[in-house]
Structures are given as structure tokens and as C-alpha cells.
Design a binder for this molecule. Sequence first.
Ligand SMILES: [Zn+2]
Length: 147
Amino acid sequence: MSHEEKLTQLRRYFHTSGKRYTVEREHMLDVIAEMEGTFTIVDLFKVAKAKGFVHAASTLYRNLFIFIDSGFITERHLSGGRVEYETNTGQNAFLLCVGCGTLKKMRLPKEFKAMQEELYKKHKMMPVAYNYLQKGYCSKCQKKIAK
Ligand SMILES: [Zn+2]
């Protein structure tokens, strides 16, 4: 997605949700666009600060929901209260063990993609974000349960 397309997506979100468009929020988009794969809020703040866009972590926290809601990043709640973020959502699927916290990342199966497209089409939705976090117990933890 080009920068112009990203701006269009962000402006579309502001227009439909009634949220205010600010230069600060546009700068946050520039920072988020630089993030690769999974990252934490601390990683995001480091990049934002290095670019000179965001001076206070509170600004980042206060505006982060905009980028989650508009589909630029996915927020993933892991075990033990850990939270991670990811750009380019919809490419991977995750399996989280709620016992030991092991997170397995894999390419999203083709069948999932076909199903999601069908679902969006059926409900006349324009897709912006996908979340494929499945929770369960891994084989090691299942052995503990059996004891
Ligand atoms: Zn486990």
C-alpha cells in the first residue's frame, strides 16, 4: 500500500467515525508505516521519538486506538497481560497457549482467506483488518492437565 493509499484509508476512517484529523495523527501514521512485523508500544515510541514526531508516550497511547480501529495495526493480547502489535495484518495466523504463553506464528491458510472474502461479501463489508489469534493449550500443557 502506497503512502497516498494509507492516507486515504486514514482519512476515510476519520470521515466515517467522526474523529478529528490532526497533523499529530498523520505523523503517527508515518511512524506506524515504518514498523515491520510484530512490535511493542515501547518499540513504537522509540521510532516515534527518533523521528521527532511524538515527544510524550501519552500521546502515543491516547491515539493508538485510531490505528487499531482503522485497521493499520492489530493488537494482540498474549498471556500474562503482554500486548503486541502487528502491521500488515491478515497475512499470518497465531496459536497461543494460555498455559505457558507459547505463541506459534504461521502463514494464513488459503482456505481462511477464501472464507473471509466470502464473509465480507455476504455482509457487504469493506475489509480493513483481520485477527487470527486462536487460544488453547499446547501439547505440553495438556500433559499437565492430565496429571
Ligand atoms: Zn503450553
